[in-house]
Write a protein that binds this ligand. Structure first.
Ligand code: ARG
Length: 718
């Protein structure tokens, strides 16, 4: 019990102490205690309660989790949502075909009835957020074993979330903060009738492609639009033509005033993962094991995919979303390794660890509490390296093959279906599976998969110890004289997972034997089995690791209490970051301004590389006529993107950038190359958040697309 009190106190004290702008993804319920005075100094004109108030409507009600891993914001009283183009990309791709290539040409619903229902897409509104640390700590009081601790926590969580089970459109979760030192019960309301309203062509929404991804200066109109629908009472409902546009409690006002250097900016959204308290051992592991292998394996997939995409328009549409997804964190890993080394983050962390150790050793009580923390982490990381690499190879190389991935999807669904009793639910799950299979084959080109699978299997065999091979890899020697290509050809010749007719027929009446004898299935099942066999080795390692991390962060909180506010690592919960509009110096003698304009769009046009740098004729015409209307800057030019010092990461994509009055001035969409180590260490002089200027967004909707009716729906302030 005592520990609970000390810890809660430590956190409150630390939140009362100095915080600097820029760094920090702050938890909203603690806003008043943490940075609010600092935000006021920087110019915020709202009260803390206008931003976040769990009992009354506040700004937070206009911000949602969009799809799996992005943020979106309500911008009209009729449920209109803005997010990034790269967040809507999967949906735009799903609606695209050679006849209707919305990726290439863009899409604009000119009336409500043109809006496209998008199954598989949902948005989550934050309903409530409650500190449940005390109850969790009570449930684990007196438990020493890590395994039992985890079991007790899971049990408590099940208990706490039980009353939300089965409530239509509600989801409750308990999230852990500070590596298991603080817990919140979070409830979301989920709307699953979300329709596609508008998207610019990729030559605007993804302008600059992979070359410009993660890089400033940027000229991308990275936005797309959707609309949330609800039943007639405003409640979540499955898609129905009878549903009506959702009327949100709040929607954001939009400011056309634009940005100046040093202007206050804040961003609210759902950052996914950061590791700001990572130790030196983990950094070494990240550079040399996870990133190095990810870069290598994804490189193989991307090169082969690109060859086929360039050769065939249909393949290009089929694989564009997959390619973008794989490429995004491939490039991120490359940049992260460079930045971690260049900024000497490993050395800095070693220094912090010795400071921590000195602080611990100065006091017997601390020694007892935190003495083993760093050793636990070091040992666990050393002992898990081999398995880290293996897991990466299973996930990226074996499951990187689409035929195996498809076998994985079908096996997991059929397994889950076996677990449920209710016949109606079984049938519904089988229907869902059939839809998944349908959409898999829509975007499947077998020759591409054959080529990639061969290369991945070859790479797997070269880099992974034979004891971890899937069992049927033994056939490579026993039946095919060591020829991986022949072995792979046989999988593709016999498996139902690359053959739609066969798989459709199978799903009409699925039996175990057919599944178990299918070669693609066997590879997947064997990987699962190997992982299970390794669990007695890997499980204790993770437990030691988790314990080490929990003690380390708890120690850090105590050490910093009263001196430095510590925000918890991102974990996909809603956060706020505040900062200012700023330029930066990426290298000695190089200066990057904080805003880009349409001039740069024109300068980057490259007829040799239309895939990434094509400028649509209509945009050129508007440029020539300087027809920017009320979206121009004072000097008459049109802004495109701007920089701020806000602290964001993946998951924040699409988040609203708000000015001092809480009005929308842009959408966050990327980080910058020089600070790709940002998830591990925030560098105030170098790290910037890249935002698309709301004036460029509205210009594209209004002037470029002629969809002024959408702008008219919004609340524009001067
Ligand atoms: N790097 C951005 C992010 O992770 C995604 C940008 C998408 N654009 C692209 N060219 N792939 O949020």
């Amino acid at each position: 019990m005592k520990k609970i009190i000390t810890l809660t106190l430590a956190i409150i004290i630390s939140f009362n102490t100095a915080v600097r702008a820029d760094e920090g993804m702050w938890l909203l319920p603690l806003l008043q205690k943490i940075g609010f005075p600092e935000m006021q100094k920087l110019g915020i004109r709202l009260t803390a309660k206008q931003i976040y108030d769990i009992n009354n409507s506040s700004l937070k009600d206009a911000i949602v989790i969009f799809g799996g891993g992005c943020t979106g914001e309500l911008v009209s009283a009729e449920g209109l949502i803005l997010t990034n183009h790269h967040c809507g990309y999967g949906s735009i791709q799903k609606h695209s075909s050679v006849e209707h290539d919305y990726l290439k040409d863009g899409f604009w619903a000119m009336s409500r009835s043109d809006e496209l229902p998008t199954p598989d897409l949902a948005v989550y509104f934050l309903e409530s957020f409650e500190d449940v640390t005390d109850s969790i700590n009570l449930a684990v009081a007196g438990i020493d074993s890590e395994t039992e601790r985890q079991t007790a926590i899971r049990k408590k969580i099940t208990e706490m979330t039980a009353k939300y089970q089965g409530l239509k459109g509600m989801r409750a979760t308990v999230s852990s903060f500070y590596a298991g030192n603080v817990f919140y019960l979070i409830v979301y309301k989920i709307y699953s009738d979300v329709r596609m309203v508008g998207a610019p062509p990729s030559s605007i929404g993804k302008y600059g492609g992979d070359t410009d991804n993660w890089v400033w200066p940027r000229h991308t109109g990275d936005f797309s639009m959707f609309r949330v629908y609800a039943d007639r009472d405003g409640n979540p409902a499955e898609y129905s033509p009878d549903n009506v546009p959702y009327k949100p409690k709040q929607h954001l006002k939009i400011s056309l005033k634009g940005v100046q250097k040093n202007d206050f900016t804040m961003i609210m959204g759902f950052p996914g993962r950061t590791q700001r308290y990572m130790t030196s051992w983990e950094i070494d592991e990240r550079i040399n094991t996870s990133n190095a292998n990810r870069i290598h394996i994804r490189g193989i997939r991307l090169d082969l995919m690109k060859e086929d995409m360039e050769a065939d328009r249909k393949v290009r549409i089929q694989y564009s979303s997959k390619h973008a997804g794989i490429s995004n964190y491939w490039k991120n890993s490359i940049g992260m390794n460079k930045a971690l080394k260049r900024l000497k983050i490993y050395d800095k962390r070693q220094q912090e660890e010795s400071n921590f150790t000195a602080w611990v050793n100065a006091n017997e009580n601390r020694k007892e509490k935190y003495g083993e923390a760093l050793k636990l982490i070091e040992n666990a990381v050393t002992n898990r390296t081999e398995y880290q690499k293996l897991t990466l190879y299973y996930n990226e190389a074996i499951l990187g093959s689409e035929i195996i991935e498809n076998a994985f999807t079908v096996n997991s669904y059929l397994d889950a279906i076996k677990q449920v009793e209710d016949g109606e639910q079984k049938a519904q799950m089988l229907d869902e599976l059939k839809e998944q299979v349908e959409s898999f084959f829509k975007d499947y080109n077998k020759p591409t998969d054959v080529k990639i699978t061969k290369a991945l299997f070859k790479d797997f065999i070269e880099n992974v110890n034979a004891e971890y091979y899937p069992e049927c890899f033994a056939q490579i020697d026993s039946l095919y004289n060591g020829d991986i290509n022949k072995f792979t050809d046989n999988i593709f010749a016999t498996s139902m997972f690359c053959n739609k007719e066969k798989l459709d027929a199978y799903l009409e009446n699925p039996d175990d034997e057919t599944l178990e004898t299918d070669l693609a299935s066997q590879i997947y099942l064997s990987v699962m089995k190997k992982s299970r066999v390794l669990r007695p080795v890997t499980q204790p390692i993770s437990e030691q690791y988790n314990k080490g991390r929990r003690l380390y962060e708890s120690g850090l909180l105590e050490m910093n209490a009263g001196k430095k506010a510590m925000y918890p690592d991102a974990n996909s919960t809603m956060r706020l970051t505040y900062g200012t509009v700023q330029d930066y110096y990426p290298a000695d003698a190089v200066h990057y301004d904080y805003i880009t304009t349409i001039d740069g769009v024109m300068q980057k046009e490259d007829p040799e590389n239309l895939f990434e740098f094509e400028v649509p004729q209509r945009l050129k015409d508007l440029y020539k006529a300087k027809d920017y209307g009320r979206y121009a800057m004072k000097n008459g030019n049109l802004p495109v993107a701007f920089l701020s010092t806000n602290d964001i990461t993946g998951g924040n994509s699409g988040s609203p950038v708000l000015n001092a009055k809480g009005e929308l001035i842009g959408l966050a969409f990327d980080g910058n190359w020089e600070a790709m180590s940002g998830d591990i260490c925030f560098e105030p002089e170098l790290q910037r958040c890249i935002n698309v200027d709301i004036r460029y967004v509205l210009f594209i909707i209004d002037k470029y697309a002629g969809a002024k009716h959408l702008v008219d729906e919004m609340t524009i302030v001067k």
